[in-house]
Write a protein that binds this ligand. Structure first.
Ligand code: SF4
Length: 338
């Protein structure tokens, strides 16, 4: 839309040149500053606006209701209190075994190597997570290794948010080699929104690193709307698949963004064009500040039934909710089940 400069610019410079000022974002999109109702700036101070220019270029100029914009623009309703919306809806602080290690599920655990994300999604369930107290230092590797070896059922490590693909290839390589050195680890899953918001993150070095690992690599990207997947982004995702990396997508069902069966159907087809398989459609986690993205269970039920009726089974993402303390995500098949 604006121009395609970002296709030429390396990902590191894009990551160091994010839009962090809500007024600049509105000006770029030729929207009035009045879009920011009183309170939105305070909301932005509590959870800073961060958005790459490459992602902004996918938004429609002059559209205050653009579904990509709504995911990142601070909203005054974030300041409202609601008893069901809390700072740690998934009880992750209790699952935190040691710095960087979140062990919630039997065969796999989460390793958070950074608290940084390229984009701040306003609905993020980790928006209040105390990353700085939980990041592993170099010398913690030995404890992490000991922890893995004390859990013989663990065969998979998940690098998750903060976003692991904000790390340099050098640092990723270091952690990849560490994990490869533990024989019981067979799979490495990387959860990242960076290939969607800065597609140039998929550079040759990263592809080569992942392709040549002894671990089976599964990259789970996070896209909520087909408008996030322009041809350039799709080509980058397809490159990963062509290099034997499994690429899946997870989405969050969000009021105002993708609460329509047609939007979700279009997203699944667009992902498939990019060789990416739809994986999960998450019901919103009830995190403080994200109340305005929530949907009534009967609306969710109606949307999902229509998605089921419209798509071939292999393109239907599983509708799930994460419940604190449960040993797996809870599948939701109808209004009576949630
Ligand atoms: S990229 Fe992921 S971890 Fe980061 S803010 Fe968005 S949803 Fe949260």
């Amino acid at each position: 839309m604006i121009n395609y400069l970002y296709q030429e610019q390396n990902w590191q410079s894009q990551l160091s040149d994010l839009i962090t000022d809500p007024l600049e974002l509105l000006e770029t999109l030729q929207l009035s500053p009045d879009q920011l109702l009183s309170g939105a700036i305070l909301a932005s101070e509590q959870f800073k606006l961060r958005v790459p220019r490459a992602f902004v270029e996918k938004m429609i100029i002059g559209d205050a209701l653009d579904p990509l914009l709504l995911q990142v623009l601070p909203h005054h309703l974030e300041l409202n209190d609601h008893p069901e919306f809390i700072t740690d809806p998934l009880g992750e602080e209790q699952a935190n075994q040691q710095p960087g290690v979140l062990h919630k599920y039997k065969s796999r655990f989460l390793l958070t190597l950074t608290g940084a994300c390229a984009v701040h999604c306003r609905y993020c369930f980790r928006r209040h997570f105390p990353y700085q107290e939980n990041l592993p230092k170099n010398e913690d590797w030995i404890n992490i290794r000991n922890y893995i070896e004390s859990q013989p059922e663990v065969n998979e490590v998940i690098l998750s948010g903060g976003d692991p693909l904000t790390l340099s290839n050098r640092k990723l390589k270091l952690w990849l080699e560490r994990l490869e050195s533990v024989p019981q680890i067979k799979f490495l899953r990387i959860h990242s929104r960076v290939p969607i918001v800065i597609p140039n993150r998929v550079d040759e070095e990263l592809v080569s690193l992942l392709k040549n690992s002894r671990l089976r690599i599964i990259l789970v990207v996070h896209s909520n709307h087909a408008a996030e997947l322009d041809d350039f982004t799709c080509a980058k995702l397809a490159t990963l698949v062509q290099n034997q990396i499994t690429v899946l997508n997870q989405s969050v069902l969000l009021n105002g963004v993708n609460n329509s069966a047609q939007v979700l159907v279009d997203l699944s087809y667009r992902l498939f064009e990019a060789s990416v398989m739809p994986y999960y459609l998450h019901v919103l986690d009830k995190v403080k500040g994200a109340q305005h993205f929530d949907l009534a269970s009967n609306e969710i039920d109606e949307i999902y039934k229509e998605v089921l009726a419209s798509l071939p089974g292999y393109l239907v993402p599983k509708l799930v909710r994460e419940i604190a303390g449960e040993k797996n995500k809870t599948p939701l098949f109808g209004v009576s089940t949630f």
